[in-house]
Design a binder for this molecule. Structure first.
Ligand SMILES: Cc1cc2nc3c(=O)[nH]c(=O)nc-3n(C[C@H](O)[C@H](O)[C@H](O)COP(=O)(O)O)c2cc1C
Length: 158
């Protein structure tokens, strides 16, 4: 199962490419944050204070033993709504892989390390973590699909 949160639609492009590669069901995690104005200021405040932000459509149950959670990086870590999902979903016995998108082209390793710590802090079983920089733009869907096909373990490709 693929879950994604997006604020500015960039992570959505990656989630859709992942969906094409894995051929697994996909759900967008929605947050009331996206419906409000002054988004950037609210988001920064919530990221910096670590408050996170609720998801309004939490999945009732997680299918399978492995999920892929796609999220932008906010303040060096997974975005507030993704953090909320990690802390509130029943992920017992579920391996959590992450696909992160970030603005910085040099921050990938730092964000990967931080995200791994966050998965452990939330009590999740960490899987693979993929980080894509979007600061210079988002590649075409087909380019991302090719990149993912090369990065993902062959046994998960659908
Ligand atoms: C509140 C906020 C905080 C962010 N913090 C970071 C950051 O710490 N490092 C970084 O490289 N990019 C940061 N970014 C940029 C986003 O991670 C990047 O643009 C991402 O691809 C956006 O995905 P989206 O369009 O799906 O929301 C931040 C963006 C926002 C809105």
């Amino acid at each position: 199962m693929i879950l994604y949160y997006t604020a500015g639609q960039k992570t959505k492009v990656f989630a859709h490419a992942l969906h094409d590669v894995l051929r697994q069901p996909m759900q967008e995690l929605k947050s009331p944050l996206n419906e409000k104005s002054f988004f950037i200021f609210r988001a920064l405040y919530l990221a910096v204070t670590g408050k996170g932000y609720p998801v309004s459509n939490m999945p009732e149950k997680i299918d399978g033993k492995e999920i892929y959670l796609c999220s932008p990086v906010w303040g060096g870590n997974v975005a507030g709504p993704a953090w909320y999902f990690l802390n509130n979903a029943n992920l017992e016995g579920v391996k959590v892989n992450l696909l992160l998108t970030c603005g910085s082209v040099t921050g990938s390793e730092r964000y990967r390390k931080k995200a791994l710590e966050s998965l452990q802090l939330a009590g999740c079983e960490p899987g693979d973590i993929y980080v894509f920089a979007t600061g210079k733009g988002v590649p075409e869907h087909s380019v991302i699909v090719e990149q993912l096909r090369e990065m993902l373990p062959p046994n998960v490709i659908g």
